[in-house]
Design a protein around this ligand. Structure first.
Ligand code: ZN
Length: 412
């Protein structure tokens, strides 16, 4: 007896309508839809021909500094300005305040179909471990609807912010999932990388950098990260967000760096809303877009994924935690407008992100965890273009969100 049977759904790479069954939180039945031959189930839902995707994975987000617009007197004029403004506001953060704003983001994400998320919790002498501990409590609280990975993130730098190194070690000991780094906040890059890789080795955890967030083509920490990853034997376990400097580098040099990225199997995370908003503003003529060179990376088969990063704060004073918003922005800005591109963008939000985050037992297949989102439209391209509100989300076979919208049009 199945716990849940979902009938008449469309799956990626399948032409026939399918029935999908769940037992004890995992997919145990998958067959072409046959109305007269259906297994018994405690609960049956009609998918009505809509497309069923594995749950979305948000690979890079900042929860405790989301929703700060009402506390800002003006918008940031640069990256350093955004960091300074946020650091000032951090002095007023309390645990309840951080958790409340984090939950607003998480609710929006879950409603949008997100079943896994990687957040960066800031660890530094301003916040101490309070943001990290707030995230750790939330991780337990939201477990029924979301798997949350916590990156121990030194936003203020490590060497330039004394005390941070010890706090990071303590946070990793208390249950941090990933060691964070930020290549543009410390003067000595080699020392920064040495500390981050040593901490990852000590705790046996993967690494996630904020790297090369600028238009300066000479800022190429990513090449050092690639070399260090290979030396440490951590291929596939190191991620880097932004990597926008590479987008300003002349082509032949960029190709050689991308080859190193591929060799190290770095997981590249493009964060287009923040990158478009912050980068390029110093260019008085021919402003650059300041984006991760997604096309070039994909040409070399690098695993590129996309994240919302910030929601309504000095770094990005807009946005919400719907991965389809990010995908749409990437489609427009990275020239990914075709049908195959739409499929690849959905891949970035699902299987590609699962690989980047090391998520196991993922996807709509027998034995995997039943994390899924059902749309009322029939193709991946329609999901991307419509960003339909109408969605139903299940986490380990239990419904976590259902959104229905109705509109009434006057006759015309
Ligand atoms: Zn970030």
């Amino acid at each position: 007896m199945l716990d849940l049977l979902l009938t008449q759904v469309r799956l990626q790479q399948e032409t026939a309508l399918m029935d999908v069954g769940v037992r004890q939180g995992r997919f145990t039945y998958l067959a072409p839809s046959q109305p007269n031959h259906r297994p018994d189930a405690l609960q049956t839902e009609d998918g009505a021909g809509g497309m069923l995707l594995p749950g979305f994975i948000e690979p890079h987000i900042h929860l405790e500094k989301a929703y700060l617009l009402s506390r800002m007197e003006q918008e940031a004029a640069s990256l350093q300005d955004a960091i300074r403004m946020t650091a000032e506001m951090k002095h007023g953060f309390t645990k309840e305040d951080m958790q409340e704003r984090s939950l607003t983001v998480i609710r929006e994400a879950v409603r949008s179909g997100v079943t896994h998320m990687r957040c960066h919790a800031e660890v530094d002498p301003i916040l101490g471990l309070s943001a990290f501990e707030a995230a750790l409590e939330l991780k337990e609280r939201v477990k029924p609807v979301l798997d949350l990975q916590i990156v121990v993130f030194p936003q203020e730098g490590i060497a330039q912010s004394p005390g941070t190194a010890e706090l990071m070690d303590e946070a990793m000991r208390l249950g941090g999932d990933v060691v964070g780094g930020i290549t543009y906040q410390d003067a000595d890059l080699k020392e920064h990388l040495r500390f981050v890789f040593d901490l990852a080795e000590k705790h046996g955890k993967p690494i996630d950098f904020h790297a090369d967030f600028s238009d300066n083509p000479e800022q190429l920490a990513i090449a050092d990260i690639a070399a260090k990853t290979i030396a440490a034997g951590m291929q596939g376990l190191v991620a880097a967000g932004h990597v926008t400097s590479l987008g300003s580098l002349e082509h032949h040099r960029a190709v050689s760096v991308v080859e190193q990225i591929k060799k190290a199997d770095l997981q590249i995370m493009s964060l287009p809303a923040t990158d478009l908003y912050i980068n390029g503003r110093g260019d008085l003529e021919k402003p650059r877009r300041g984006l991760t060179p997604i096309g070039l990376l994909l040409e070399h088969s690098v695993n590129v994924v996309i994240g919302v990063n910030n929601v309504r704060n000095p770094f990005t004073p807009f946005g919400k935690a719907d991965p389809l918003e990010t995908a749409w922005l990437v489609a427009v800005s990275a020239y990914m407008g075709g049908e195959a591109d739409a499929r690849h963008l959905i891949h970035m939000l699902t299987d590609g992100a699962a690989r980047a985050l090391g998520v196991q037992d993922y996807g709509i297949r027998i034995g995997a965890k039943a994390d899924m989102v059902l749309f009322a439209v029939q193709t991946e391209r329609d999901i991307l273009l419509d960003k339909p509100e109408h969605r139903t989300v299940w986490k380990r076979g239990v419904k976590s969100a259902e959104t229905r919208v109705s509109s009434e049009l006057q006759r015309f």
